[in-house]
Write a protein that binds this ligand. Structure first.
Ligand code: ASP
Ligand code: MG
Length: 488
């Protein structure tokens, strides 16, 4: 039998009804394949845990006491709704109580010391997954699917960046073989806590916010799974954000590269590192809607959709700031770019886009809005003497902008895409502030004023007729199918 990893996000396990729906999906799939389940915390729980930890560090005990009570109540209510067998329910309740006691003790410790280390924060944030995994296992047992909770601390071994840990793949592979495969062999369904891991010494770590996706693909790669299914609350990856483009269409199959651009950059459907572990092994990843499991979802593979070329989708983000380092004195001077990016890196700001024209009198880059102030400060310090000597004349930040990216694996080698894109914008009177294209050519990005972002995305979506399936096969054309009703 094949192994499939199924990950359920926070909304997909948001309450007893959602967990029941999710457990039915697993039970159904478990009739044909071995399933390894990965769960997120119930939606909103991780945020509340982090708030409680911070309040405890300020010495405010009321917040965490309130939270512990709420968590206990919510999870016990769900447990009673999901598990009928009295003995099983009693055992589950004891486990849930133990986990909520852990958060109580942790927060008391934090309050006593008035100190919250990244390591302790990781321990507090992990509570939600430890609770939801137990509920999911209970629900599965209730459906007659023997399940076993596996704390990811035993399997996902990571480095010691406590809040952004990186799995150590060799170790994860070994631990998966030791801990998960024997369960699978006994026909028991492992239910693994998403989001968390542990160092080699056993100290709990987390993979970063939204990290359960990454947990799933890490385990999928370690187990050499046949596929990974990410169950969420949307139908899959769309051609554009439907809040911007009402006729955006679901993409049936896209490549890892396209997904990385479309699902992370704009729509934030996936944790940014999700596809890393599986791309090399070419394990397909599905994005499916747990609230509508009959819908097909989006399949992510190495090459993407077999016949479609050109533009596949458009993403846009606006919470960003355009930083420009400029001056005529920069022309021909070696090292300005190095100095710019060293300064940006020194404050750990993530650069989303870079552009420099060949006249060299300005370098512009885009960072997340939250990073803008520290980036500006670092640049002004780094270029202090250049500013005095007017080699660099200005360093400015413009927060009223947006990045729009046109994405498609096979745009490469299709001439005219940039031309059509910019003509479409021109016809709408949309001004382009900067342009960038990576040499991989599956993404052409440009910068516009934030207030024109929506119009820009709509104009390009219309230009490339993305509301229609990308390409019809010859048979389809001959058969005269209506393209609107064809899936691509
Ligand atoms: N519960 C974690 C978070 O909210 C991980 C996840 O949902 O994937 O960040
Ligand atoms: Mg989540």
């Amino acid at each position: 039998m094949n192994i499939k990893v199924m990950k359920f996000g926070g909304t997909s396990v948001g309450d007893a009804d959602c967990i029941r729906r999710a457990s039915r999906i697993v039970a159904e799939a478990a009739r044909q394949d071995h399933i390894v389940v990965v769960v997120s915390a119930m939606s909103g729980v991780t945020n509340r845990l982090i708030t409680a930890a911070n309040e405890s560090a300020r010495g405010d005990l009321a917040e965490f006491r309130k939270l512990v009570e709420q968590l206990r109540a919510e999870h016990l209510t769900a447990a009673s709704a999901l598990v009928n067998d009295e003995k099983q329910l009693a055992a589950l309740i004891t486990e849930l109580e133990n986990v909520t006691n852990d958060v109580s003790n942790l927060c008391q410790g934090i309050a006593l010391l008035r100190e919250l280390t990244p390591r302790t924060l990781a321990a507090v944030s992990s509570i939600g997954e430890r609770l939801s995994a137990r509920l999911m296992a209970g629900a599965l047992s209730g459906l007659g699917v023997p399940a076993a909770v596996v704390d990811a601390t035993e399997v996902i071994i990571t480095d010691d960046e406590y809040s952004q840990a990186e799995p150590l793949m060799d170790q994860v592979r070994r631990r998966s073989a030791e801990k998960l495969l024997p369960l699978v062999d006994q026909n028991r369904t492992p239910v693994v806590t998403g989001f968390i891991g542990a160092t080699v010494e056993g100290t709990l770590t987390t993979l970063g916010r939204g990290g359960s996706d990454y947990s799933a693909t890490t385990l999928g790669a370690a187990l050499d799974a046949d596929e990974i299914l990410i169950w969420t609350d949307v139908d899959g990856v769309l051609t554009a954000d439907p809040r911007l483009v009402p006729n955006a269409r679901l993409l049936r199959e896209i490549s890892y590269n396209e997904a990385a651009e479309l699902a992370y950059f704009g729509a934030k459907v996936l944790h940014p590192k999700t596809l890393r572990p599986v791309a090399e092994a070419e394990i397909p990843v599905w994005i499916r809607n747990s609230f509508a499991p009959e819908r097909a979802g989006t399949k992510i593979t190495k090459s993407g959709h077999p016949t479609s070329d050109g533009v596949r989708g458009i993403t846009a983000i606006s919470n960003v700031s355009l930083i420009t380092v400029g001056g005529r004195g920069m022309v021909g001077v070696v090292g300005v770019a190095a100095k710019t990016f060293a300064a940006v890196a020194s404050v750990r700001a993530n650069v989303l886009l870079i552009s420099q024209s060949s006249s060299e009198n300005a370098i512009c880059l885009i960072v997340d809005a939250v990073d803008a102030a520290r980036t500006m400060k670092a640049l002004r310090t780094a270029f202090a003497s250049d500013l005095v000597h007017h080699d660099v004349e200005h360093i400015t930040a413009n927060p009223d902008i947006a990045i729009v990216a046109v994405v498609g694996e096979k745009m490469c080698g299709t001439p005219g895409i940039a031309g059509r894109t910019f003509s479409a914008l021109g016809r709408k009177g949309i001004n382009i502030i900067a342009i960038a294209q990576g040499s991989s050519e599956y993404n052409v990005s440009f910068v516009v004023e934030a207030k024109t972002m929506r119009d820009a995305v709509v104009a390009i979506h219309d230009e490339f007729k993305l509301h229609l399936p990308a390409v019809r096969s010859e048979q389809e054309i001959v058969a005269g199918f209506d393209p609107v009703h064809l899936a691509s």
